[in-house]
Design a protein around this ligand. Structure first.
Ligand code: BTN
Length: 237
């Protein structure tokens, strides 16, 4: 991955550019990366704070031969790859909070946003957006997210080389992706469950039209969360 790289000093969102490139036929493994995003996008229509020079803001184009229902698996795969890369570069073992937040000491330091271009039976492209808070200091986070967000530098107590981490993330992603195409989701799922903090715990899972409370039982082979509510009904999210 990353043999075709579009580097930009400043963009609205790397995600938007990658979607356009994918639509125009960009090859699998194409990466869009930027120093600064003026309109970084988060999940559920939220914003993603992406200041200049302190984080990794990038979007990767994949073209997996899978139906759209299986796309959530790639989000989980990405979370595992990033955890492995962080572990490799900093020695810190992160936690994954369903579905794809990566936490250090309970605070979020990575967000993943997966978007699809697909027919009902076939994916054309998956755009994997990755935002990593690398070198921000506490003061550099807006006040309203200071208690819930963190950076690798804050947790490690020293600055981290962003280029090294980008390289490691791409390496781990490529490795897991090939493993996934050859052997399916199961090995990835086991790795994911190893990093996950929510399994076996009571959580509130947000859905597009509200939220559901229950105990997280694990994930299905499709990559959906199994949540058991108080009435013992199992929801697949
Ligand atoms: C989340 O809400 O947790 C997902 C955040 C995803 C942020 C990344 S930064 C690079 C890419 N471009 C965007 O506009 N968003 C994603």
């Amino acid at each position: 991955f990353g043999h075709f790289v579009h580097f930009e000093e400043e963009v609205a969102s790397t995600q938007k550019i990658a979607l356009k490139l994918a639509y125009e036929g960009a090859k699998e493994g194409t990466l869009v990366i930027s120093e600064l995003q003026t309109a970084g996008r988060g999940r559920m229509g939220r914003k993603w704070f992406s200041p200049k020079g302190t984080g990794i803001w990038m979007s990767l184009i994949l073209r997996p031969p899978i139906p759209p229902q299986k796309a959530p698996q790639l989000t989980l795969l990405t979370a595992v790859a990033i955890c492995q890369a962080i572990q490799q570069v900093t020695g810190i073992v992160p936690d994954i909070k369903w579905p794809n937040d990566i936490l250090l000491n309970g605070k979020k330091c990575v967000g993943i946003l997966t978007e699809l271009q697909a027919d009902p039976d076939r994916v054309h492209s998956v755009i994997i957006g990755i935002g990593v808070n690398v070198n921000q200091t506490v003061e550099q986070f807006p006040e309203d997210i200071r208690t819930i967000a963190t950076s690798l530098a804050i947790e490690k107590g020293e600055r981290i080389k962003r280029a090294r981490l980008v390289q490691e993330i791409l390496l781990q992603l490529e490795k897991l992706y090939h493993q996934y195409l050859q052997h399916g989701f199961r090995p990835i799922k086991l790795l994911w469950e190893g990093y996950a903090v929510s399994i076996g715990k009571k959580i509130t899972a947000r859905t597009l039209n509200g939220s559901i409370k229950g105990t997280a039982l694990g994930i299905t082979d499709e990559g959906l969360l199994m949540l058991e509510d108080e009435d013992k009904h199992i929801h697949y999210i």
